[in-house]
Design a protein around this ligand. Structure first.
Ligand SMILES: [Zn+2]
Length: 169
């Protein structure tokens, strides 16, 4: 049974709480954008407090693993002094890729909330669902579609601008 929940199915008060944290993830995505990085942002929340933040730094660091979620997971693990992210919720603007979904399962994260789906790499239900794979020893619940339009618009406007730039001579 899939637990993949769309935010529209949630009661208003729960939805607005998730939107509150998603706005923080969107703020992180803007930091990536200001560096010319694809705007994707993430935060990790525990007991109503952000313990990890991250934004995509792949170009800046020349590191294919420097996705927003990975950066936030590393920061949260330092904050908790543990690789287990128990009682934490991860918010990310874009559906996680296989690497990040794998890291979420590995860190025993109970819940991932994402904004918009990724038809090219999404592994939280779009191409596959690594977060709720019953054969793994841990499953991460999913809530999707939180501030979906804002999260998608970040990416579409970024790529629109990229196409507008004249080619370098
Ligand atoms: Zn990723």
């Amino acid at each position: 049974m899939s637990l993949n929940i769309h935010s529209s199915e949630l009661p208003e008060n729960e939805r607005s709480l998730h939107e509150f944290w998603m706005k923080e993830a969107i703020a992180e995505a803007h930091k990536a954008e200001s560096l010319g990085e694809v705007p994707i942002g993430a935060v990790i929340v525990r007991n109503g407090e952000i313990i990890g933040r991250g934004y995509n730094l792949r170009e800046t660091t020349l590191d294919s693993t420097a996705h927003a979620e990975m950066v936030a997971i590393r920061q949260a693990s330092i904050a908790l002094n543990s690789w287990r992210l128990l009682d934490c919720q991860l918010y990310v603007t874009l559906e996680p890729c296989p690497m990040c979904a794998g890291a979420m399962v590995q860190s025993r994260l109970p819940l991932t909330v994402y904004g918009t789906t990724d038809p090219k790499a999404g592994c939280a239900g779009t191409l596959m669902n690594l977060l709720e794979e019953p054969r793994f020893n841990h499953r991460t619940e999913i809530i999707q579609g939180v501030l979906q339009e804002e999260c998608a618009e970040l990416l579409t406007s970024f790529f629109r601008q990229l196409r507008r730039k004249p080619p370098k001579s």
